[in-house]
Design a protein around this ligand. Sequence first.
Ligand SMILES: [Zn+2]
Ligand SMILES: [Zn+2]
Length: 391
Amino acid sequence: MAGFTKVMKGTPFTQKTFPCKSCGASLVFSADDVALKCEYCGAINYLYPPRLPIYEQDLDKALARIETSPRYDLQAPREIKCPVCAATFTLEPHTRSTRCPYCNAPIVTNLDIFMPLAPESLLPFKIDQKKAKEIFRKWVGSLWFAPSGLEKYTRSDARFEGIYLPYWTFDADTTTHFQGYRGDTYYERVSRRVFIDGRERIVEEMEPRIEWTPVQGEVQRHFDDILIGATKTLPRKLADSLQPWDLENLIPYDDKYLSGFESETYSVALDDGFDYAKEYMAFVVREAVRARIGGDHQKISYMQIYHDNKSFKYILLPVWTAHFQYKKREYRFAINARTGTIKGERPYSSWKIFFALLFALILLGTLFFMNEHPEAVGDFLDNVRVLRISF
Ligand SMILES: [Zn+2]
Ligand SMILES: [Zn+2]
């Protein structure tokens, strides 16, 4: 049950900014400089992430701890006071960092201390907003059958938001016991009675048959860093389609990297996240079992997967997202802010598709006609006096 505990009651919800040493204005993380940069005077404060290994956490232990840990009511409205302009405003339930809606000051909150788990590592933004917009423009320009003017339209309308999205990564060793059948194709000579030119003949043919042999065994497989989106802000399909990520470059979590960006705490629970990972593992294991059974065909009648040495990481990954409205419908897209990979929803022009189909049909019809009536084509070409061709 959600609710505040004694510890929670005593712990204030706080927020901070990172003031510039030169002028006192707010510093934000700059992807270009890989540093905190003053939005007002341009002063740069370099960041030196500690060269610490990123540890995996034991999954079972964490799940047991979450089970007994107090739960913070995420749905309770959180009022915060902007440290710069003193205006009060309410945060969305999962928001860890944002900008003040009144003075645009970058604000990072201490939301994570109210959660059973806090992020341990992140990948900083590598692609800035300007570059993200460029990627978006190119993408829109490259879309087949997009409505005319969409490019111009999206240029003004799409609002870009840089956000650190929460993800789970899971590791596990799997042992799978299976039973099934291997099917080997062989050919059998069969005699068939046929009529050729009205006369009966006996023809010999080779016909395929399958011989099934029962097989059972064990398959072992290690999984490393299965990535599961832990946000509900973005559809799972979109959040998971931004792979691959350069996870080898993860650095220890530091809230300075969040300054100026939106960021969220997880809204897909750890155990639910692992269930998604299990689905993925089962899919991969099934293919491995098929390969082990061998032969030309495989049937799996029984399969039991055991997961050992389960571990996880809770990480934040940088994404540019935006949505634009086109003819009263919302279209969303997202950009991997490390690699520039863009994925999204897009409108189609039904007129462009209609004319493309019409053109294809006319072309097909013409080719068919030319094939069936070569003389007509010849006559036609004679008439227009282009070339004299005999078919
Ligand atoms: Zn400054
Ligand atoms: Zn403010």
